[in-house]
Design a binder for this molecule. Structure first.
Ligand code: ATP
Length: 283
């Protein structure tokens, strides 16, 4: 039975997805509670994007179960799609259209009624701080503005669940903060649930209610950022670390879980490619 009230926003049970011999997602157990900002963290190749694509119904669910507000992502794909807004890693805005035209296009695709469309497009652009730039070509936007435009595109259908795949990759610190401030403000105004993947531990620490550290296709640690940091700190003290030792960071927690830091694992071809993809938008 499916229901869309009183259930978790996302529930993955024993989700598995393989590309040939590569087990991208390997028995994922993941629950995102309604109304929270959940950060799915992990190095390149951890399986974050593959899991997200199963949740958004862009990939099938070959093994296990995915539910979005109680709807089965395998059996009821249209119901799931109607509930979510998705900002993929790949560029989803058209540089030859204005910001307003880009958002209007999404409003049409997502069946926002003709009567409501202009107002909803204005609201979405306003929510991400692009009202003044709305009638400029997206090709003239900075990288941070493009990301905010893509956020507006995803918000125009008033989703209950917003899914963002590395929304700040390749952006400078000020643009990163701008993107997060708008995500946080919309979430506070609407109560929408947010599921976000990121490599940036500092962002997860600051903006996520809970995080899951993913490695080799599974969640290896789960909790609020403070819980994860405190848990590691307590364990280290029990193992003899001095009481004056600084509290571990989320990066330390990750290192503890995955056996190495993000830095050692990043920097492969895929990482360079995705960073460049974003950098190209800036140019
Ligand atoms: N289309 C594909 N064909 C073959 N293998 C793939 C494909 N997409 C992903 N993979 C592999 O599946 C594994 C998980 O990749 P995925 O993109 O889900 O990880 P990720 O955590 O999102 O990484 P990133 O942070 O780089 O986006 C990796 O080993 C990757 O090489």
């Amino acid at each position: 039975m499916t229901t869309d009230t009183g259930t978790d926003a996302v529930a993955c049970t024993r989700l598995a997805y393989a590309f040939g011999d590569t087990k991208a997602v390997d028995g994922l157990e993941l629950t995102v509670r309604e109304g929270e900002v959940f950060g799915l963290l992990g190095p390149n190749g951890a399986g974050k994007t593959t899991a997200i694509r199963c949740i958004t119904t862009l990939l099938p669910v070959p093994s296990g179960m995915v539910r979005v507000f109680g709807h089965d992502a395998a059996g009821d794909r249209m119901a799931v799609r109607r509930l979510l807004g998705y900002v993929p890693q790949q560029l989803s805005a058209d540089s030859g259209l204005t910001g307003r035209e880009n958002v209007s296009l999404f409003a049409r695709v997502f069946d926002v009624s003709r009567r409501e469309r202009a107002e909803r497009v204005d609201q979405a652009l306003g929510a991400v701080g692009l009202t003044d730039a709305a009638d400029r070509l997206a090709g003239t936007y900075s990288g941070g503005m493009v990301r905010r435009l893509e956020l507006a595109q995803a918000l125009v259908s008033a989703p209950r669940l917003l899914i963002l795949d590395e929304p700040t990759i390749g952006l400078d610190p000020i643009a990163r903060t701008g993107v997060w401030e708008h995500i946080t403000a919309v979430r506070e105004a609407t109560g929408m649930t947010v599921l976000v993947t990121t490599h940036y531990m500092d962002e997860a620490d600051q903006y996520c209610d809970r995080v899951g550290l993913m490695h080799h296709g599974r969640i290896r640690a789960l909790g609020t950022p403070a819980e994860l940091r405190q848990g590691l700190g307590e364990r280290r003290r029990a193992e003899g670390a001095p009481a004056t030792a600084p509290l571990p960071t989320l990066e330390d927690v990750f290192r503890d879980v995955a056996g190495s830091g993000l830095d050692e694992q990043a920097g492969d071809f895929r990482d360079v490619r995705s960073t460049r993809r974003t950098a190209q938008r800036v140019g």
